[in-house]
Design a protein around this ligand. Structure first.
Ligand code: SF4
Length: 217
């Protein structure tokens, strides 16, 4: 299936999801770390704790001690590790001159700089580059891998950057399309293309050869 056709089919099914659910670029960055290995529902609880303490800013987060920060983000799981990672991100922001200075970087330089932060891998970096800085990169996650493999658009264990570049080549510099496609794939992965998929009502079933689908082209 072509990537623009996949985007169109998912948009037709799920509409405009208006990602990322955050008020500021900094909140996107914090959410991108907190969402590692957990569901967004748990992230929302941690963000609500930080918001209630007026700590959803670089200064506010820094003012919390390490233990207090870990306690407030406890609902997101791996809270000691994530508290460390958030501190690394804060130090990076401070050393880089803040979000406004980073916003002046070329996309590849911005991405490389984020990948240099301890605890920030490709998926977290691309969440930040796409949703906080609105640059044309694609976020590859477990939902993307599952869907692309089932649609025979990717091999098993395809390297992260191969998948990312495949989508970026298809959608070019269309940030809105890259934003939507990731959000829609997550929604589709939760609603239908689950580990045990609900193929009967799937809008992609005519393009899918995953075992269990009955309508093939
Ligand atoms: S038909 Fe089933 S396996 Fe294929 S994309 Fe849809 S939900 Fe996933």
């Amino acid at each position: 299936m072509r990537i623009p056709d996949l985007l169109e089919a998912l948009r037709g099914e799920y509409g405009d999801l208006k990602w990322w659910p955050a008020d500021t670029a900094f909140e996107v960055m914090v959410g991108a770390v907190l969402t590692q290995n957990t569901s967004w529902t748990n992230v929302e609880k941690a963000l609500a704790n930080l918001r209630a303490r007026d700590a959803l800013s670089p200064e506010g987060l820094m003012a919390l001690g390490q233990e207090e920060l870990a306690e407030q983000i406890r609902p997101s799981g791996y809270f000691n590790v994530k508290a460390d990672r958030l501190r690394h991100l804060l130090h990076f922001l401070e050393a880089s001159g803040g979000i406004e200075t980073l916003a002046a970087l070329e996309t590849t330089d911005l991405r490389s700089a984020l990948l240099g932060v301890k605890g920030v891998g490709p998926e977290t970096a691309d969440d930040i580059v796409l949703y906080a800085f609105e640059r044309p990169v694609f976020v590859v996650d477990a939902y993307t891998r599952r869907l692309f493999e089932r649609l025979e658009m990717a091999q098993a264990r395809e390297p992260y950057d191969v998948l990312r570049e495949q989508v970026e080549a298809a959608l070019g510099a269309d940030v809105a399309a890259l934003n939507d496609l990731h959000a829609l794939i997550v929604e589709h992965g939760k609603e239908r293309c689950r580990p045990r998929p609900r193929c009967e009502s799937c809008p992609l079933r005519l393009h899918c050869r995953y075992p269990g689908t009955t309508a093939h082209p």
